[in-house]
Design a protein around this ligand. Structure first.
Ligand SMILES: O=c1ccn([C@H]2C[C@H](O)[C@@H](CO)O2)c(=O)[nH]1
Ligand SMILES: [Zn+2]
Length: 120
């Protein structure tokens, strides 16, 4: 989160994804003047892991601060949920921090009726 590049929203996000083997990959949100190339912390963390050969994940934790520097909850956007869906099972755990309290969700809960395709 400290390395967040978010000059446009001021919303700093940090994500840490845990692989099934037990390694952790961290990511932050990286914004862009053209806005749409912005990439969320969750996808950066997952992309870093996949780039290093890890494709099986157990959990992700997400934390955020708004432009006022207050700790706020960041719930994964739809694009990130779909990227999680590519690599993770229904029981993939999502830990979100809300007002100092950590809440646990599953991928099936936050992305019901997800589109899955068999990889040939
Ligand atoms: O779960 C979330 C929600 C938002 N953002 C980023 C995208 C953008 O840079 C900023 C404001 O939406 O926060 C994330 O990285 N993860
Ligand atoms: Zn996202």
């Amino acid at each position: 989160m400290e390395n967040s590049y978010s000059p446009y929203s001021g919303f700093q996000v940090g994500a840490a994804v845990l692989t099934k083997e037990g390694s952790i990959f961290k990511g932050t949100n990286i914004e862009n003047a053209a806005y749409s190339p912005t990439i969320c912390a969750e996808r950066v963390a997952i992309a870093k892991a996949v780039s290093e050969g890890h494709k099986e994940f157990a959990a992700i934790a997400v934390t955020a601060k708004n432009s006022e520097g207050e700790e706020v909850m960041a719930s994964p956007c739809g694009v990130c949920r779909q990227v999680m869906s590519e690599f993770c099972q229904d029981d993939f755990q999502i830990f979100l921090e809300e007002k100092g309290e950590i809440k646990e969700y599953s991928l099936a809960q936050i992305l019901p009726l997800r589109f899955v395709k068999e990889v040939l």
